[in-house]
Design a protein around this ligand. Structure first.
Ligand code: FES
Length: 160
């Protein structure tokens, strides 16, 4: 007859400690997950975009009879003999970014073929409207300031 196995001293305690540690780790992971989810829920869901009002620089940076594309702002700064104006580079059809084609003296949309004159008037294509002009002024320091929130008539030219 074999002898029944004696419980080792402290065996239950070891098993209990093991399960306590597993439970503690599981609670820690769950708590960390809840903290991450709460932080993401409470942090603002904000899209940072450049300011619609911006300084374009000193007028001397723009030669007479030039068209300068400002990629960050998606705006053309046009300087003629008469003065300055700012034209949107965003196509009025479906919002593609147009490209200045100096060889054709046109602004062209790569998406569906709309074409515009340097002053934004439409030549051809599906665009329903000309490219809008934005207000352009001089700051007290003598820099060009463009406000994309203020659409102005194409005849409004900043004389410098
Ligand atoms: S988005 Fe420019 S022509 Fe369609």
């Amino acid at each position: 007859m074999s002898e029944p196995e004696k419980p080792s001293p402290g065996g239950d305690a070891n098993r209990r400690d093991f399960f306590n540690e597993v439970a503690s780790v599981a609670l820690g992971i769950a708590g960390l997950g809840a903290a991450v989810v709460t932080y993401r829920f409470l942090s603002p869901n904000v899209l940072f975009e450049p300011s619609p009002t911006f300084r374009a620089g000193n007028p001397d940076l723009f030669p007479v009879n030039s068209m300068t594309y400002l990629q960050d702002q998606q705006v053309y700064i046009v300087r003629t003999k008469e003065g300055f104006y700012a034209v949107s580079a965003v196509c009025t059809h479906l919002g593609c970014i147009t490209q200045w084609k100096p060889e054709a003296d046109q602004i062209a949309c790569p998406c569906h073929g709309s074409k515009f004159r340097p002053d934004g008037t439409k030549i051809e294509g599906p665009a329903p409207r000309p490219l809008p002009h934005f207000a352009i002024t001089l700051t007290a320091e003598g820099e060009l300031m463009v406000d994309k929130l203020e659409v102005v008539k194409p005849s409004q030219i900043l004389k410098v």
